[in-house]
Design a protein around this ligand. Sequence first.
Ligand code: ZN
Length: 681
Amino acid sequence: MRHFQTAAVAIAMLAAAGLTAQTGHFHPKGKPPSEHTIQVLENARAALPFADERDLEEQKRGFLAAPASKKIMAEDGHAAWDLERFGFLLDGAEFDSVHPSLVRQSRLNMNYGLYEVIPGIYQVRGFDLSNISFVRGKTGWIVFDPLVAAETARAAKALVDDHLGKLPVVAVIYSHSHADHWGGVRGIVDEADVRAGKVQIIAPRDFMEHAVAENIYAGNAMNRRMFYQYGVLLPASPYGYVGQGLGQGTASGNVGLIAPTRIVEDDIEEISVDGVRMVFQNTPNTEAPSEMNTWLPEQKALWMAENVTGVFHNIYTLRGAPVRDALAWSKYINQALYLYGRQAEVMFASHHWPRWGSERIQQVLRGQRDLYANLNNQVLHLANQGVTINEIHNVYRTPTSIAKQWYNRGYHGSPEHNSRAVINRYLGYWDDNPASLIPLSPAESAPLYVEMMGGAEKIMAKGRELYEQGEYLLAQEILNKLVYAEPKNQAAKDLLADVFEQIGYQQENPGLRNSFLAGAYELRSGIPEGATPKTAGPDMVRAMTTEMFLDFLGIRMDSRKAEGMAFTINLVTPDNGERFLIGLSNATLTNIEGFQAEDADLTLTIDRADLEDVMTGAKTLAAQIEDGTAKAEGDLGVLKQLASAMVTFELGFEIMPGTAAPAGEGRGNPFQAGRAGLKGE
Ligand SMILES: [Zn+2]
């Protein structure tokens, strides 16, 4: 995963809201689990393979040391990382408001400190969402995946220094493009040493493009959706946030990126890194669009990046992302198995704990290979017989022999949302029923439903009855309609919240749990004010291509405000030799690299390095022109026109009806043009 920005925002907001773990429910309207929910969780407990305790042994094995504190402070004084808030998980209690499988996974993720994988290979675990791994080279450390934030990576290196002796980092390997695998690089490496050739940075094919691309175009929507998948507003509590499956959370600190000095271009490529033989296996379009495994033949150690960890991973990320390719993923695991896995004596990865011994390694590789292949093949098998995207999650079941392995459990992906993803990938969102081809928006259809059902009182009475019977999925059907029809009906929102809460408690998958509990939270309390996205750091902006920036301007422009505008702009960035032709026509902003208009309305000349100040919002283009940093020839009026159509996206847009603060400054309605909230600049 790589959704660092919002997680950072998340934790800051949580602190700002003054929410902390408490003994009781954190919300005054919160409910304990019902007898029905308790029964569902008891049934789940009885069906789970608790006798298999290999994970518990593997997670502890090789433990060397842990720091005294479970907190890592950021430079500005806030806690960049805090495991203390999960203390309730470790007091031995069983919880009837958390799925027993998720409790188990969260407890495993609470182990933290320095571990020996094998002599010469070490991991610091539990310092962030991901692991940081240290391989001893001839002259220093080769680091795999330096965590999310500089603060946590630095703390991990300090722990290594204290217990294994102080050695320099001589190489860093980014296993893939998600930010929890590179964001902390500045905590362990000085960029000057990279420039001087003292530190090598190795990454898979197409790394830089994907490191930033996935987060830009739909970034604000993804950040908002993180409030659901990652439960940003939920306190750590048996009634709220209990972990993220991959790890206990994401550090909120300084995210940076130093560009790789060596890209692994070939499918399989061997490089000697500080005297250590490493065979890199590119695995594009698996867990990430750019990713690679690494085989260390001398150590017989297999690094599986994030392709094989201790979870059924996401084929579809609830936060929002292009759907992944389960079949390609399975095939690359199989390739790793046959090329290296049969000789490997240890397998380690960027999340969770290593596996030792050929039998265990092969079991996990085969199990994960079959998990993704079965999902892909069986879902398409059913789709080819007419099961649709709206039914598949109720039809597809992971085979028992796969599902009874802990490492295949849905702690990040789930069979429910991953099965829908496979259909989405191959067939798209439409179920082929004409009634769902051009449906009314929910708010448009809901009033008719409410009217035909006999009004709010009848729906509330039936909703309560279904709630009492534990028929939560049926209750949500009718209450959701009522909430859409009557967004101000707080009693309806509260009852729907109660329903969501019970469904949330019943989920094994933390993304599903958090989403239901977040929906309940917002229905009860509304969206908190002051939610603002953290702006991308300077490293991220530098990594963004000029084309991406211009494309994103096209997204930020409200087409409805640009009716009738027409102009062309030549953009020249002399320091990197780029030229763009930007056009506004038909209320649409386009750009093409390498071309210039002969009769452009405006020609802008600005170094790319200075344009970056505009991209971060540190300085406006107008100010750049005024002080001579940028040169403008032609009609400056077109810039004013363009600015007048621009919108700054806000993080706090409404998801559940009637949960936004009362309309006012900065709070608008994106469904209509020109309303407050869609502020031009
Ligand atoms: Zn990750």
